[in-house]
Ligand binder design. Structure first.
Ligand code: URA
Length: 191
């Protein structure tokens, strides 16, 4: 696909320099729901596919609870290169800045134009900024439905990696159920 080779050659910001590859979205062209995360992590950077690492396992579990098939959804990220810093031999995630998110908007817009999802789920603050063009409080935006021109609607929920940082099991279970609830609500909006 043309976008793949253009994306692979993207130099719109500097993140390509330290990344293995650009990671585009994945899913069927007829998907009615688009899930947007922040950026590929260490595992995604190596595999070349979104949400295949620890955050992807949380996402898969939330989708299972919500009764949704991942294969029917389009899964992508706001930023297509892995931003990180080296700590010894480890590559530690670094949050992309506004300039990098805006530079990468072109690719997200191209995916949206191609897939034409009915509902976009922005997972986390970076995705919310990329999809809606303004900074929003994630938890305070959760129960809202946003219009995204020309014809999509968007909801905001937490990023799956938010759950990876939780150590308290009951809180983790509630956060997972809430994420699954947000995904189910998105599916209802997409009908
Ligand atoms: N976090 C993201 O936002 N996206 C991925 O693909 C993996 C982890």
């Amino acid at each position: 696909m043309r976008m793949d080779s253009e994306l692979a050659a993207c130099r719109r910001c500097d993140l390509w320099r330290a990344a293995t590859q650009a990671v585009g979205g994945e899913g069927p062209a007829e998907a009615k729901i688009m899930l947007v995360g922040e950026q590929p992590g260490d595992a995604e950077d190596i595999a070349g596919a979104p949400f295949v690492g620890p955050a992807g396992r949380v996402l898969n579990e939330a989708l299972r609870l919500a009764g949704l098939e991942r294969d029917c959804l389009y899964v992508t990220n706001a930023v297509k290169h892995f931003k990180h810093e080296m700590r010894g031999k480890r590559r530690l995630h670094k949050r992309p800045d506004d300039g990098e998110i805006i530079a990468c908007r072109l690719w997200l817009d191209a995916e949206r134009a191609r897939i034409e999802p009915r509902v976009i789920v922005a997972m986390g603050a970076t995705a919310a900024f990329a999809v809606l063009g303004r900074h929003l409080p994630v938890l305070g935006s959760r129960d809202k439905v946003f219009q995204v021109p020309p014809a999509a609607r968007a909801v905001v929920t937490v990023h799956p990696s938010y759950l990876l940082r939780m150590r308290d099991k009951p809180a983790w279970s509630k956060a997972l159920a809430d994420l699954a609830g947000d995904l189910r609500r998105a599916a209802e909006l997409a009908v």
